[in-house]
Design a protein around this ligand. Structure first.
Ligand code: ADP
Ligand code: MG
Length: 240
């Protein structure tokens, strides 16, 4: 589904991504871990061109999205994204947030988008919040709505950038539970996370990024039981 070849990204003279190559197949759940500032967000954001690569090629469902002639907005409709800080639209109701993109892009008419929003609200367990404004929600509820909003476009892949890092500890579980269900339903997911339990139990592959490179990737069982790279061993010794 996604193929990344020798992806490099610099900000000015700072090299943040130093040649990342990997493939992500349909139905995979890839957990990305690594120290702060190593380029995890930059990598994730590159996958839907929120960051423009300095060099390298990213192919999504067979299309080179780094090609200037590609309609990136069309591509982005297939790529859902969930951020650490939720990024809900404060002046829309919860249901309005979920309906906005499908209606604005012409994917659905209002009636279809309303029906889809109702389904998604049910799925994330927040049907009773449809007419509430985001400011009235807890962090965990906001993130569940952000996930529902991303799903409203029927994306082929979901990108998560530390979706539970801004939450109070007691709200982490409810968000991870939604993500786990999504994974079990077969959604292709790329998840930057510090939740090692999630990486271990839900991911099909864990990727360690350090200094802008993939320094190790493996099945969760191998990754955690038998880490090879000394810097991964050091990292795991601090977080486990
Ligand atoms: P991570 O998500 O792993 O913590 P990031 O991808 O956010 O790391 O950042 C990697 C490095 O790139 C950091 O040193 C950060 O300061 C730098 N960086 C990220 N975005 C920008 C930007 N827009 N302009 C300049 N530097 C940036
Ligand atoms: Mg980050």
């Amino acid at each position: 589904m996604i193929e990344v070849k020798d992806l490099c990204k610099s900000f000015g003279n700072v090299n943040v991504l130093n040649g990342i190559s990997t493939e992500i197949a349909q139905g995979e759940v890839v957990a990305i871990i690594g120290p702060s500032g190593c380029g995890k967000s930059t990598f994730l954001r590159s996958l839907n061109l929120l960051e423009e690569p300095t060099s390298g090629v990213i192919t999504f469902e067979g299309t080179d999205i780094t090609d200037k002639s590609v309609d990136i907005n069309k591509m982005r409709q297939k790529i859902g994204m969930v951020f650490q800080q939720f990024n809900l639209f404060p002046n829309y109701t919860v249901k309005g947030n979920i309906m906005l993109a499908p209606v604005q892009t012409g994917l659905m008419n209002k009636e279809e988008a309303s029906k889809r929003a109702d389904e998604l609200l049910m799925r994330v367990g927040l049907s009773d919040k449809a007419d509430t404004y985001p400011a009235m929600l807890s962090g965990g509820q906001k993130q569940r709505i952000a996930i529902a909003r991303a799903l409203a476009m029927n994306p082929d892949v979901m990108l998560f950038d530390e979706p539970t890092s801004a939450l109070d500890p007691e709200m982490v579980g409810e968000v991870l539970e939604i993500m786990k269900e999504l994974a079990q339903d077969g959604m292709t997911m790329v998840v930057v996370t510090h939740e090692m339990g999630f990486a271990r139990e839900v991911a099909s592959r864990v990727m360690f990024i350090n200094e802008g490179q993939i320094q190790e990737e493996n099945t969760p069982a191998e990754f955690f039981a038998n880490p090879q790279n000394p810097r991964l061993c050091d990292f795991l010794s601090k977080v486990l």
